[in-house]
Design a protein around this ligand. Structure first.
Ligand code: DGL
Length: 261
């Protein structure tokens, strides 16, 4: 099984893209709805949660771990790799690779939670390979709660997106990385506000692509993964509202199961 986790339900954007590219593969998802959001938390706390969840996924049948959460990917990937001897996929490097491989990209904007932006991970990884690329980062802490409230088309949301993106627009970036699980849900508004000439890198899509290519190149791992279209979704807290958000993201009827870690 492919084990996927996030701080909450935003990681279902990654599940959606994985299901589209790897149909039939069994997957187990854990959304830490009881402890969300991770964005304002310290790296130590996020690492502790990520290790606990990865262990739970492995104990429950996962053979690979996908860190759908940008915040956890930014601060906890190394700790997970040190502790667990299974393939660990995270959302940062596939987006970074796209920038590194594309010499037309010269000026990149990155938006994410406070923890992701403070980690500086995107800048470090891009600069290590392409020091000439200009990078402008911006934390956008209000976007996650707006998405979770379902305020996707409200004028207030459009105004806040515009305000967050304005400094990046002034810098005339050519590429914008959506460094948070929730931002693909606002992609249309983000594209309008940043301008249609700016290319958007959606990390939920880039990670799904990279898992697909990894499995093609690693038959020993691919062979371990079962393919019965079994998709299990677990959360650490459950309300009717969570179910609605999950269905809105996955666009199919879902059954969420409650589990206490
Ligand atoms: N999943 C988080 C991320 O992608 C966003 C929500 C949170 O702050 O926990 O960074």
């Amino acid at each position: 099984m492919i084990g996927i986790f996030d701080s909450g339900l935003g990681g279902l954007t990654v599940v959606r893209e994985v299901m589209a590219r790897l149909p039939g593969y069994d997957l187990i998802y854990f959304g830490d709805t009881a402890r969300t959001p991770y964005g304002p938390k310290s790296p130590e706390t996020v690492i502790q949660y990520a290790v606990q969840i990865a262990k739970w996924l492995l104990d429950n049948g996962a053979q690979v771990i996908v860190v759908a959460c940008n915040t956890a990917s930014s601060v906890a990937t190394e700790a997970l790799r040190q502790r667990f001897g299974v393939p660990i996929f995270e959302v940062v490097s596939p987006a970074v690779r796209l920038v590194i491989q594309n010499s037309h990209i010269r000026s990149v904007g990155i938006i994410g939670t406070r923890a992701t932006i403070n980690s500086g991970i995107y800048e470090k990884m891009i600069k290590a390979e392409r020091p000439e690329v200009k990078i402008y980062s911006r934390e956008c802490p209000l976007l996650v709660p707006l998405v979770e409230e379902g305020w996707l088309k409200k004028p207030e949301t459009k105004r806040i997106v515009k305000k967050y993106l304005y400094p990046l627009k002034l810098k005339q970036i050519d590429t914008l990385i959506l460094g948070c699980t929730h931002y693909p849900i606002l992609k249309d508004i983000i594209q309008i506000k940043i301008g249609k000439r700016v290319r958007i890198i959606d990390s939920s899509q880039t990670i799904a692509e990279s898992i697909k290519y990894f499995l093609k190149d690693h038959p020993e791992t691919e062979g371990m993964l079962s393919r019965n279209s079994d998709h299990r979704l677990y959360v650490s807290d459950i309300t009717g509202h969570f179910k609605q958000i999950a269905q809105d993201i996955l666009r199919i009827p879902v059954k969420l199961e409650h589990v206490r870690l």
